[in-house]
Design a protein around this ligand. Sequence first.
Ligand code: 3HC
Length: 295
Amino acid sequence: MAEIRRVGVVGAGLMGSGIAQVSAGAGYETVVREVEQGFLDRGMARITKTLDRAVAKEKLGAAERDAAVGRLHPTLDLADFTECDLVIEAITENLGAKHELFGALGEVCGESAVFASNTSSLSITELAARTDRPDRFVGLHFFSPVPVMSLVEVIRCGQTSDETFDRAFAFAESLGKSPIACRDNTGFVVNRLLVPYMLDAIRAYESGVASIPDIDKGLRLGCGYPMGPFTLSDFVGLDTLYHITGIMYEEYKEARFASPPLLRRMYLAGYHGRKTGKGFYDYSGDEPVVSDFVK
Ligand code: 3HC
């Protein structure tokens, strides 16, 4: 099985920067690419902040941090992926943009390079089919925050070769993660179960069952979840959640995957959760409070 030495990560948003961080931290030379310098700087700043926090907590040595940062190669140019053995796409959940990206990567990457997508809900089969290497294509779905969450879903479709799947699975393990094997179906394992749960919480609120903080508290204390469903939705991003529901509903045509009206309105109004400062909660003060949209 060919060794993976150099990893490419496309996208330095919340997921892409997390993936680049764990890849560099595990010893891989890691090229991370964004479309604009501002996005790239923000992604790199997120990584250094997380690593600095780990050093301050004495979970990581300063030399290890510096070595990890030294293995990160930020770029705006896809041509810098030429030498990569594995390229992980973590851009926006837009099928057209992903097709275009993998087309361009096919032009610059070597024959044996494996392509992976961190998509949370698009079809791996469909993405793979439009590339020049459907047999060397997998899903590598990480969870947020990537440096903390140990799960990676490794998704194979009908075209994925055993060798590609094994390489991707071993790569996830080499990051210190605990991967699971999934077949390609929309939402894979976790989002297929998690998304209807998050949407149901919104519906429960819409029908007046309880307040947002009480529903959150109920699930935290009643089930031992680290975050209630509204805190989690804000954390994942209501824009991301809204896009996922659209893709899942389109696939399954089941009401449990459809966006509740409130989610759609919050999405349209720009209440996207933590990333915009307001979602179900308002994050402008010391402690989150219920946001004006849902008061
Ligand atoms: N980036 C990096 N590290 C972070 C972090 C971040 N954004 N947020 C927290 N951490 C680290 C902290 O530094 C701390 O590290 P330490 O134990 O080494 O000191 C550790 O995580 C615990 O953090 P805190 O003590 O500050 O806070 P909590 O104990 O409340 O944990 C949490 C924070 C890990 C985010 C926890 O609340 C949690 O597990 N929440 C649920 C997350 C979840 O469900 N994620 C999946 C979302 S679904 C998804 O991603 C799929 C997608 O397709 C939608």
